[in-house]
Design a protein around this ligand. Structure first.
Ligand SMILES: Cc1cc2nc3c(=O)[nH]c(=O)nc-3n(C[C@H](O)[C@H](O)[C@H](O)COP(=O)(O)OP(=O)(O)OC[C@H]3O[C@@H](n4cnc5c(N)ncnc54)[C@H](O)[C@@H]3O)c2cc1C
Length: 456
């Protein structure tokens, strides 16, 4: 085999791409990843990881200032924005190095540059054409603004919002999905004035209404100005501020953050010439094994249907690599991809909301159990959250599980496991949980379906 020829070439070194490459190499395929920017992709360098690093500091800062009533009196607590920025950069750089190390350890070649597909499905980087038996597209997605508004120094995408050189006095966030809620939640705790504007009728529109309500209440208590059912309109960008209106309100803020949609990053790839078709939503069309309309080419991650989440991209990478290697694989169940929003309180969910389950025609029962019902809720000051279950009446199948609370994103995995292993709420109700932990609320929520939660 020549040095420009591989069994598998992955385009894009994000969470989907690097995991696909590692898996292909584990299966004995000669593998290369082409990346035009940084190993680890947007997730590690501009999205999930920097966002969570900033949110972690927001949490520590908030606790440091506001823990007098639990016996910690701190004076002179200050935010060091420059140190925070350095840590954000260091965390990403460290993880980027880790990804490069993983690729090297598995014998994956990292090719630097922007790749496109040739008509016969080979991969071109600069003037070099690399041949591959199979190609996996993992080029992710890019931010989209709202109609009529362009990104600029004052109108920010999510990365610009997370990497501001100085702490702003005021921001407005357009879009209260996961990213918008996280940005609002961090900045309010940093001490910035925050207005969170959502055009749909609830914040976190993808989540169950009951969970969104808990978060909205907490956001308002924290001082976030929340507006729902109000699209952002009349945006006027000045040199030092942005004026905008929503509903009957007009405000002037340092920055407007657009945390709305994203679109697949396919422009340089040359998909059409390579016979790779898009679906009706403009995403790359794939079958359950991630195979595109060109049987030699696979696509994964934000490029394809389903939620835009790093853990989904990674699992799809494994499926694509295994299928490309001719191995038996395990296609994703798109209903079992947990959503996770790391605002305070956190929100995590899997499966159907109550409204979706009803709309799909299921005969359902629901239960809600407050985290304050178990001892740990009081110990850890995590009383306001809930675990909500949506179950099918006939056999007790768990159709949806929803958690809001300080550690909801860790708690959801148990519920994903239960559903994946085909446990019903009856089994969940009998699973013993350690005491005192917030997780005790999970079997209690399961018991509550039949009205016998012991701490309600
Ligand atoms: C602010 C924010 C926070 C988020 N937080 C979370 C979170 O907490 N948890 C979570 O699960 N998800 C989160 N996400 C979503 C997550 O970032 C994406 O789902 C994930 O990055 C998708 O991974 P990917 O591998 O498909 O692509 P990406 O991470 O986008 O990586 C694609 C890579 O391909 C490269 N590339 C593109 N085109 C080419 C080309 N032609 N040639 C060579 N290289 C190319 C790019 O440079 C990039 O490095 C967040 C998103 C945002 C915007």
């Amino acid at each position: 085999m020549s040095e420009n020829s591989f069994d598998v070439i992955v385009i894009g070194g994000g969470p989907g791409g690097y995991v696909a490459a590692v898996r292909a190499a584990q299966l004995g395929r000669s593998t290369a990843v082409v990346e035009r920017d940084k190993a680890g992709g947007r997730c590690l360098n501009y999205a999930c990881i920097p966002a969570k690093t900033m949110l972690h500091t927001a949490e520590v800062f908030d606790h440091s200032k506001n823990s007098g009533d639990i016996g910690v009196k701190a004076q002179g607590v200050e935010l060091d924005w420059q140190a925070l920025g350095r840590r954000r950069t260091d965390v990403s750089a460290g993880l980027e190095g880790g990804v490069k190390g993983l690729l090297k350890k598995n014998g994956v070649e990292l090719i630097e540059g922007e790749a496109s597909l040739t008509e016969d499905g080979s991969v071109k980087v600069g003037d070099t054409v690399y041949e591959a038996e199979k190609v996996i597209l993992a080029t992710g997605s890019v931010a989209q603004s709202i109609p009529g508004v362009e990104f600029s120094d004052r109108v920010l995408d999510t990365w610009a919002a997370w990497s501001l050189p100085e702490q702003p006095e005021s921001i407005a966030v357009a879009g209260a999905g996961a990213s918008g809620a996280e940005i609002a939640s961090a900045y309010i705790r940093f001490g910035t004035e925050v207005t969170l504007i959502e055009m749909l009728d609830q914040i976190l529109p993808a989540e169950d209404k009951d969970l969104a309500r808990v978060v909205e209440r907490t956001f308002k208590k924290q001082g976030i100005e929340v507006s729902t059912g109000t699209p952002v309109e009349k945006v006027e960008v000045g040199p030092d501020s942005v004026k905008l209106s929503y509903g009957d309100n007009s405000i002037e803020v340092d920055y407007l953050v657009i945390a709305g949609g994203r679109r697949p990053d396919t422009d340089p790839l040359g998909l059409e010439a390579a016979g790779v078709k898009l679906d009706e939503n403009g995403k790359v069309d794939v079958d359950e094994n991630q195979v595109t309309s060109n049987g030699r080419i696979y696509a994964i991650g934000d490029l394809v249907r389903g939620p835009a989440l790093a853990h989904k991209a990674q699992e799809e990478g494994i499926v694509a690599a295994e299928h490309a290697a001719g191995e038996k694989t395990h296609p994703l169940d798109l209903n079992l991809i947990p959503g996770a929003t790391f605002c305070q309180p956190q929100v995590a969910s899997v499966g159907l909301t109550e409204a979706q389950a009803k709309e799909a025609g299921h005969d359902i029962k629901t239960s809600k159990f407050k985290l304050g019902g178990v001892g740990a809720g009081t110990v850890y000051d995590d009383r306001d959250g809930i675990v909500k279950l949506v179950v099918d009446t006939e056999y007790g199948e768990i159709l949806g599980a929803h958690v809001v609370g300080n550690r909801a994103c860790d708690m959801i995995s148990e519920l994903v496991n239960t559903i994946a292993l085909e446990g019903g709420y009856q089994e969940l109700a009998r699973i013993i949980h350690p005491h005192p932990t917030i997780s005790e609320a999970i079997p209690e929520a399961a018991r509550a379906v039949d009205g016998w939660a012991t701490h309600a």
